[in-house]
Design a protein around this ligand. Structure first.
Ligand code: BGP
Length: 470
């Protein structure tokens, strides 16, 4: 792999920090999601209900234990650590004039701790946690007022951390707004509303906000690397029937709609047609096209877990998948949660993004959720996770070495066990480091290294050369 390749791990504030009301932090949407499970959706409650369990409230207590955790990341040889800033630590309600100093201090400490070990922080500005007060007062990203609140937040963090953080990602998986607008943007859509109309309007506000943030970041520190982040769901056509091929293309179009704006600075004609067809063209202000043009990104972050299948058949069999249930692919095995395991899909994703945009890509999330067994001696032999990571890293290497894709880094999801975004579970574990905590919120929170920790350390030390299972 290229010299200075950013090997590391990823996490998100709301899934690991806990301390949901500590030192002035306000409530975010993530704090009012109960836990769920496979087939049991998480419930979004109106405020906190005393008799319900909310996994983000303590999560893995990274807030108080980050020094210990970052020391472990350093031991694994991480070159970077991707995490997010909890917006509500900085602006508890989201619309204040002044930030919360205690929240800013927390991230000073966190980033300094990373830098102490030579670990580059890669920071997502908004990862699935909209300030809850903004949801109540303005309907979150439905409202154009969110743009100013978001930009104010960005200005504060860009100025504060300008010498500590170089890599920024604006919105986590921006295209997920079309799949889960509540999680991605704090937007709940009432029955009878035009779903697409609401989603594309809220999405437009995020695109404008993101572009303004990029332009501002560049002004504050021209050395910043400002990226976008999308969920990349490669769609295979089920057959070579032209109709299936068209279905696959159209499935991808709905996701490229967002990245095209962030990379090229304008909606494509096809995107406008998609929106018009659904009677969902967002209201735009006169200055918006200039803002979008002026705020294009430097690199493309994306998450990749599984691939999908597109078909025109109506009786197709579905299985799980990240954020969207996928049609079963008979050539692929699946995880316990039904997500297909497809390393070649990662190579295809990297090629498609690079060929389309000619900008460096960053594999910001890739990993394997599984139940782990802790043996009596404390060891955890997570060979299945090693196998998944190994095969995906090999595919990434092929994309870089054989296909010539420019790739800045790879951050495994996740470096440490944390709360699952879709199910709220702890038992769907992704970490290289185990955390003793269960789905009911019990456990010592003790950290211990899994076999995958040692394996990944070896991979990083050899810059992606040594990927043997043992
Ligand atoms: C991505 C999200 C992450 C993360 C991951 C795994 O879509 O950006 O926050 O959680 O998916 O998904 P899950 O936790 O639902 O298994």
């Amino acid at each position: 792999m290229p010299e200075n390749f950013l090997w590391g791990g990823a996490a998100a504030a709301n899934q690991c920090e806990g301390a949901y009301d500590t030192e002035g932090k306000g409530l975010s949407t993530a704090d009012v999601f109960t836990s769920g499970g496979l087939g049991t959706p998480r419930i979004y409650t109106d405020g906190i209900k005393p008799d319900l369990y909310y996994p983000s409230h303590t999560a893995i207590d990274f807030y108080h234990r980050y020094r210990e955790d970052i020391a472990l990341f350093a031991e694994a040889g991480f070159k970077c650590f991707r995490t997010s800033i909890n917006w509500t630590r900085i602006f508890p309600e989201g619309d204040e004039e002044r930030p919360n100093e205690a929240g800013l201090r927390f991230y000073d400490g966190l980033f300094e701790e990373c830098l102490k070990y030579g670990i580059e922080p890669v920071v997502t500005i908004s990862h699935y946690e909209t300030p809850y007060a903004l949801v109540k007062k303005y309907g979150a990203w439905r409202s154009r007022r969110m743009i100013d609140f978001f930009v104010r937040y960005c200005e504060v963090i860009f100025r504060r951390y300008k010498d500590k953080v170089k890599y920024w990602l604006t919105f986590n998986e921006i295209n997920v707004i079309i799949l889960n607008p509540l999680m991605a943007a704090g937007v709940r859509i009432a029955e009878g509303e035009n779903f697409d109309r609401v989603v594309y309007q809220a999405g437009h506000h995020q695109l404008v906000a993101g572009a303004r943030a990029v332009a501002l970041g560049r002004e504050i520190n021209p050395a910043f690397k400002l990226g976008m982040m999308m969920l990349y769901p490669p769609f295979y056509a089920e057959t070579c029937r032209p109709e299936d091929q068209l279905a696959a293309m159209q499935a991808m179009d709905s996701h490229y709609l967002f990245s095209d704006v962030q990379v090229r600075g304008a909606y494509s004609q096809k995107a406008l047609n998609i929106q018009a067809e659904k009677d969902a063209v967002p209201d735009r202000e006169a200055g918006d096209s200039g803002i979008l043009k002026n705020g294009t990104v430097d690199f493309i972050g994306f998450s990749y877990y599984n691939s999908n299948v597109a078909t025109t058949r109506e009786d197709a069999l579905f299985t799980g998948g990240n954020m969207l249930n996928a049609i079963k692919n008979p050539y692929l095995k699946e995880s316990e949660w039904g997500w297909s395991i497809d390393p070649i899909g990662l190579r295809l994703a990297m090629n498609s993004l690079y060929d389309r945009y000619r900008l460096p890509v960053f594999v910001a999330e890739n990993g394997f959720g599984a139940q782990d067994i802790v043996n009596d001696d404390g060891s955890i032999h997570d060979l299945y996770r090693i196998d998944y990571l190994r095969r995906h890293i090999m595919a990434m290497r092929d994309a870089v070495v054989k296909d010539g894709v420019e790739c800045l880094g790879y951050t495994v999801w996740s470096c440490i066990d944390l709360v699952s975004a879709s199910t709220g579970e702890m038992k769907k574990r992704y970490g290289l480091i185990h955390v003793d905590r269960n789905d009911e919120g019990h456990g010592t929170l003790r950290r211990s290294k899994k076999d995958s920790f040692y394996w990944y350390r070896c991979c990083i030390r050899s810059n992606g050369e040594k990927l043997d299972l043992r």
